[in-house]
Ligand binder design. Structure first.
Ligand code: AHR
Ligand code: AHR
Length: 479
């Protein structure tokens, strides 16, 4: 059985079932998600390998070979057509044209399930999915349940990495107009014990960690790499639950009456992922699977769902490919765009650019074009690049421009300075992906360097020459 078979036997059937990693019904063999590739903007649907099984990641890999791919649709497996697509503007505008949010990279969150590769949905700030005209989801004070499996190590303090029930207008229509799972370290509203991250409920105009506003100390800091999160609600009763998605059972962090001002609820029934009800889109996180039910699931039903998630055996896999890097070595990064191959990634002060470098260049220039490889400051599965001539300073992105800045020790710096190289998009060397923005790669454009997406809205995202500009030969450093 899949999670939605379990909810159905419990009398609380799924009315929305989303996953890019696996079928959530034992009989489901339809499309799990759709990807769009950068080379020709065509799309492909990805289905499970067999009914009830893990997604066919090999089909995606072959469709997306030598180009970039975005997740355009996360299909609803419940049969109600509650598919998630690129979120439209609302109270806040997204970064894409017409104020839409970004789509997620199709390759930002690789994992294995029972040893088979699959991809989750890596939500960077600016990314969001939504379905405003949903069918069968709870409205008003009606009961619903939700669970989602997230990466408990990927979060931030912005509003709001959510999955669940929200406004149909993409705007804040008042307290009680949402009932979604939230995960992260946002402390504007509620928070739990410790430093976070916390599982909370986004009930609109407030993230709740329990019945009170602000601190409810029974809601713990929880950051399992694979994390099961649960929020459910019915008239004057709701709960927050969670646990390790790779082992063990769920714990209850709150179960009781509604907070003041939230009884009755005014749920509107739209579905969102990665954003707040008003399209606040500053948050980040990773989604693997999640559902919404009709009716308030019992703890016993959720225990069976948790056992099913554990049996799916989520595990990590490599985030990198391409030219092997060894920590501690000095490297140079050579442009592969025809006409630019005498250029290497270098810096002039804090500007990171490409410069013409050779064995007869000055020692100063050789040092400016050489980088010491470090274990990724923000993720140990990836890498950071320290300047040879300015120790303590690393290549980082800021507003999508590469800069050489000194490490200030912050979580933001560590993440901005972490990159995951993969096989070069043009077939040469490596393409160096930003860990926190997996649609974006090191790119030289007018001899200045950026993190660029293929065909995005920034001038340096131009699709022309993207693969060449975003591929670099990795050589031994000049100095
Ligand atoms: O409830 C927290 C957030 O407040 C909601 O997600 C958003 O709509 C509003 O800004
Ligand atoms: O480069 C994109 C983002 O811009 C960085 O993550 C952040 O430091 C800045 O806001």
């Amino acid at each position: 059985a899949g999670p939605c078979d379990i909810y159905a036997s419990g009398g609380t059937p799924c009315v929305a079932a989303h996953s890019t990693t696996r079928a959530l019904y034992s009989a489901f063999s339809g499309s799990l998600y759709q990807v769009k590739r950068g080379s020709d903007n065509t799309t492909a649907n990805i289905a499970p390998l067999s009914a009830g099984g893990v997604a066919n990641a090999a089909a995606q890999d072959s469709f997306c070979a030598s180009t970039t791919c975005l997740i355009t649709i996360i299909y609803d497996q419940s049969g109600r057509g509650n598919h998630l697509t690129q979120a439209p503007p609302g109270g806040f505008r997204g970064p894409e044209s017409n104020g839409y949010d970004n789509l997620a990279s199709a390759t930002g969150a690789p994992v294995t399930l029972n040893g088979q590769k699959a991809y989750g949905v890596f939500v960077s700030p600016g990314t969001g999915y939504r379905h405003d005209a949903a069918s069968g989801t709870a409205t008003g004070d009606a009961a619903q349940g939700m669970y989602a499996v997230f990466d408990g190590t990927h979060y931030n303090d912005q509003c709001c990495f959510d999955y669940g029930n929200a406004e149909t207008s993409n705007t804040d229509t008042g307290s009680g107009h949402m009932e979604a799972i939230y995960f992260g370290t946002c402390t504007i509203w509620g928070f739990g014990s410790g430093n976070g991250p916390w599982i909370m409920a986004d009930l609109e105009n407030n993230l709740f960690s329990g019945q009170k506003t602000k601190l409810n100390s029974a809601d713990p800091t929880i950051s399992d790499r694979f994390l099961t999160t649960v929020v459910k609600g019915e008239p004057n009763q709701w709960a927050i639950r969670g646990g390790n998605a790779a082992s063990g059972s769920l714990s209850t962090y709150y179960s009781g009456v509604r907070p003041s001002g939230y009884n009755p609820m005014h749920k509107e029934g739209a579905i969102l992922l990665g954003i707040g009800g008003d399209n606040s889109n500053g948050a980040q996180g990773t989604f693997y699977e999640g559902v919404m039910t009709s009716g308030y699931p019992s703890d016993a039903t959720e225990a069976s769902v948790q056992a099913n998630i554990v049996a799916a055996k989520y595990a990590t896999t490599s985030l990198t490919s391409g030219t092997a890097l060894s920590v501690g070595s000095s490297i140079s990064l050579q442009a592969t765009t025809p006409g630019y191959t005498t250029r290497y990634i270098a810096h002039t002060g804090s500007t990171v650019n490409t410069q013409i470098v050779s064995s007869s260049s000055s020692t100063t220039l050789k040092q400016q074009a050489s980088w010491t490889v470090h274990t990724g400051l923000g993720n140990s599965a990836c890498f950071s690049f320290e300047s040879r001539d300015t120790p303590g300073s690393y290549i980082r992105h800021n507003n999508f421009v590469l800069l050489l800045n000194s490490n200030d020790g912050s979580k933001q710096f560590a993440e901005d300075a972490t990159f995951c190289p993969e096989t070069g998009l043009d077939g040469q060397g490596s393409s160096i992906r930003a860990w926190g923005y997996p649609t974006r790669y090191f790119r030289h454009y007018n001899n200045v360097t950026y993190i660029a997406s293929n065909g995005g809205v920034q001038f340096f995202d131009a699709a022309s020459l993207f693969n060449d500009d975003a591929s670099f030969k990795v050589n031994t450093g000049f100095a």
